[in-house]
Design a protein around this ligand. Sequence first.
Ligand SMILES: [Zn+2]
Length: 325
Amino acid sequence: MTEVIRHEVPIAIRALKTANIYEIRNGSHILVDTGMSPASLDFLMERGVDLSQIDLIILTHLHVDHIGGAQAIRDKYGTPIAIGRNDAERIQRIKDNKDEFGEFLSRQLGINGTPHEILSKIVDRHSVLDNMSLYHEIDIDKKLDGGETFGNDVEILNNPGHSPGSISIHLKENGSLFTGDHLLPGITPNISFYDEESDMLGLYITSLKETLKLDAKMIYPGHRDPFAHGNQRINEILDHHRERLNEILSVTGDWSTAFEVASRIRWSRGRTLDAMNLMEMNFAIGEAISHIRYLDSSGYVDKKENNGVVMYRALTANGKHRLIL
Ligand SMILES: [Zn+2]
């Protein structure tokens, strides 16, 4: 009989407030995610968790609000840390070149048309840059490819999209799925960019369709409460992206940068880009980039480069060409 215990730990991201850490006990004792800082350890110990008994830490993905306590547990008890292979490799790139992330972010925002004044403020105040030490210090022991099993019924599934190496943990016996930020209730997981080319939204849509096949009975997300009816939530998220892709096509009649696209469309709750704070703007520009790259790799837009800036144009003007996912 597999036992699942949820710990909702406070994090320093105002929009989210908390992140979930789960214990899975099925003969072995697995910790899924670790909050945003080493303070998560104290939080778990106050709740009576005996961290010395944890056999393995599995990180659902590389974001700072999921990996923060992992290395502190490893340092103290030698507990091995596992994460998806592509996320492990992204972390290694950051370790190898400490300026890489900031340079990459600047370059990507720049070639996608973000005005310099906004770009420099986003890069200056980016939450990942504030938490860089988490990446520099973490030691990854296992790189997960999907298909691995731990204990009786724990299976790793590869779900790239929200990050390049996002994984889910499937309890096959009772149909439970620990999704990290691959599936969340009430929040559409952010889909952004991690390199110059990859179609992250395409990967995400493929992963959502794979998850649909599992027909999971219970979803244990990285934030907020666990929920049933996972397939209903997947279909809502697919609908959301379909609508956003169609809206983007409808505002890309003339050659436009991803930043211009971001400033023309309505974001959640009807908001516009200029009403957002810098972090929200960063997310919105990232979303615009991932959506327009999807449209590009699916043949819905043309792409050209002009003075170091990438521009796109809908192949059928005025969004008349409705797209089907
Ligand atoms: Zn995340």
